[in-house]
Structures are given as C-alpha cells and as structure tokens.
Design a protein around this ligand. Structure first.
Ligand code: PMP
Length: 336
C-alpha cells in the first residue's frame, strides 16, 4: 500500500486542478417543447472561470521561452476574469502580478485579485463608447517598458491563449459528449476560446456546428462598435485569433437578452451563470427555435453568478444602466 506523505501533496500545485470541468445536462422549454442542452461549467476551475486555462498557458509559455525567471512580475490588461486567474496562477508559481483594469471591472474581482497578492491599477480614460482597451494596453506597455522584470502576457496576441483551448477545452468537450456532439456555442472576447476549440473540433468532429456568440456593440467578430454593459464578452477591436472558418454561424445577443437568460435559468433551476454564459444560452435558444432537430448542443459557460450579483442579478444596477428586461429567450428551464 502506498501512503502519500503530507509533504507530497503540498508539493503538488493546485494549478493541476485546472480544467476537467463538469458538463451538466439541462432542459429548456422553447415554443412549448422541452429541448436538452449541455452546460460546460467553467466556474468549477479553481480560480472560478475559464480564464484559469488561459492564464496557466500564458505563464507556461513565457517560462518555456525563458522570459519569466524567478522573481519576475507579470503584467496584463484585463476586464476581470483573466486578472483573477493570473493572480492565482502567479501566486501559485511565485511571480508578482500587476492587473491593469478599467472602471467597468467588478469590485468583487478587484478584491479577489488583491487577496491573491496582485497590484491592481485602474485606468480612467475611455473612448466615446466607453471602451477602455486602448488606454489599458497603453498603460501595460508603459509598465513593461519602465521595469525589465515586468513581462506582458498579451492575451490578445499570444498564441498560447487559443492553444490552451485546442489542447484541453476542445478535447475535454468531445470526451464528455462523445461523437454525437451536434453543436457548440462559444462566447467571444479575445477569441482564444473559440479559435482553440474550433481548431480542434474541425478535425476531430467535422460535423459539429460551431456557433460564435458576441454581444451587440462588440467589434470582436467585425461588427460595428457601440455601447455595451456586460463584461467578459465582446471587445472593442477584432479578434486576432478568430478566422471565418472557425465558425458556421455568428449570433449577436443584446445585453438585455443575456441578462434575461441568466435570471430565468437561476429562477427555474438555481444554476447561477455569468453574463457571457447568459449570452451563450440566449444564442442557443435562438438556434434551437429555428432548428427543431438540434439536440445535445454544448454551451460553454465561462463563469458563474458569484461575480455578477451587483450587476446582472441586481435590479438597482439594471435600473441605473437603463437595461429593460429583455425578451424571454425560453419559457421554462429544468435540470435534465
Ligand atoms: N466570458 C467571460 C466571462 C470571460 O471572462 C471571457 C474572457 N474575457 C470570455 C467570455 C471570452 O473568452 P475569450 O477571451 O477566450 O474569447
């Protein structure tokens, strides 16, 4: 019999628990018919979101390229989830971390990052649509230029971002669903998740339909820039990873529809998802309404409700932001 010594399991980093997230079947009632969908729940990563996978891959890539040495500091522009994930991975790996965020970031994420030892810097200037990406990136460049020990992970340009999803998220989804996988719905911001999953599934499951989900007002898939309120999903510039062959259909969801999907799912099932997962669910409901044959589609749900209690699930915030309840994307929901 082998006995695991205390010292052995302490030596094993908790980052080894990233990935292998569960798939939960649920049913949605759409036009009077119950339809099954599968939720891939990324909130079960140790840092609470799909971005743990990206953060780990970005840090590992810098280590392999000899850019990160002991005592170095990682710096990144992040709307929240990657910041929490990098704070967690850097803490586990012994690096410092500076997160450059904007006024839209949730206070919960800021507190979590600080709790994990990160330094959080907030930029204040945005463009006319309230986009802060350019200002955040400029500040990151300044920090990296000022201090040679500070290394930028570059989530928008580093191929390690989509690689994490090509090598892990994509294969996991196919293993969990089997060859009957009909469709996968993926939210887009940097596009790393979509491009990586698609690169894998195009070869391993060529019949699987891939649906890219963006929010109105986001330019991530080439649409016109405009105001938008949800964080995590969408971007103010086109993804550098996503190519037209990565998806069969693109669905643009309004903030209100995504929020309605989140609230309805929690009301009927108790399952709490983040805003981008609501967008994914609303998009899936829209396609299921059009395609009566589609069953067992996978919705990649990047994070959970815990980070959105003050926004997506908060009536005062919705009133302040003038977001009316969107059209109900489905009539009812239940655990399958
Ligand atoms: N949803 C949430 C909540 C996210 O934090 C992110 C990453 N910003 C995404 C969706 C989109 O992921 P990606 O950057 O890989 O396109």
């Amino acid at each position: 019999m082998s006995v695991r010594l205390h010292a052995d399991w302490r030596a094993e980093r908790s980052t080894s628990r990233i990935g292998r997230t569960p798939v939960l079947p649920i049913r949605l009632r759409i036009d009077g018919r119950w339809r099954e969908v599968l939720l891939k729940l990324e909130q079960f990563n140790p840092g609470g979101s799909i971005k743990d996978r990206t953060a780990y891959a970005l840090v590992e890539d810098l280590e392999l390229r000899g850019r990160l040495r002991p005592g170095a500091t990682v710096v990144e522009s992040t709307s929240g989830n990657l910041g929490v994930a990098l704070a967690y991975v850097c803490r586990e790996s012994g690096y410092g971390f500076v997160a450059v965020v904007d006024p839209l970031v949730s206070e919960v994420n800021v507190e979590t990052m600080r709790d994990l030892g990160a330094v959080v810097e907030r930029v204040q200037r945005g463009d006319v649509h309230g986009n802060y990406l350019a200002a955040r990136r400029e500040r990151v460049r300044e920090i990296a230029a000022d201090d040679p020990a500070c290394v930028w992970t570059d989530q928008y340009g580093n191929p390690a971002n989509p690689r994490a999803h090509r090598e892990q998220t994509g294969p996991e989804i196919l293993r969990q669903t089997g060859p009957g996988l009909t469709a996968v719905f993926v939210a887009v911001s940097t596009g790393g998740t979509l491009a990586g999953i698609a690169d894998y599934l195009r070869l391993a499951a060529p019949a699987c339909r891939i649906v890219a989900v963006d929010v109105r007002g986001s330019a991530a898939l080439g649409g016109p820039k405009g105001p938008r309120k949800l964080v995590g999903i969408g971007a103010s510039r086109r993804s550098r990873f996503v190519r037209p062959e990565h998806y069969d259909t693109a669905v643009g969801v309004s903030d209100a529809e995504a929020i309605a999907a989140c609230q309805l799912l929690r009301r009927y099932t108790g399952i709490g998802l983040g805003g981008s997962s609501g967008a994914v669910l609303a998009a899936a409901a829209r396609i299921l309404r059009l395609d009566q044959e589609l069953e067992r589609a996978v919705c990649v749900c990047p994070d959970g409700a815990d980070r959105y209690e003050n926004t997506v699930y908060n009536r005062l915030w919705l009133a302040k932001e003038n977001i009316d309840a969107g059209p109900a994307p489905f009539e009812d929901a239940a655990c399958a």
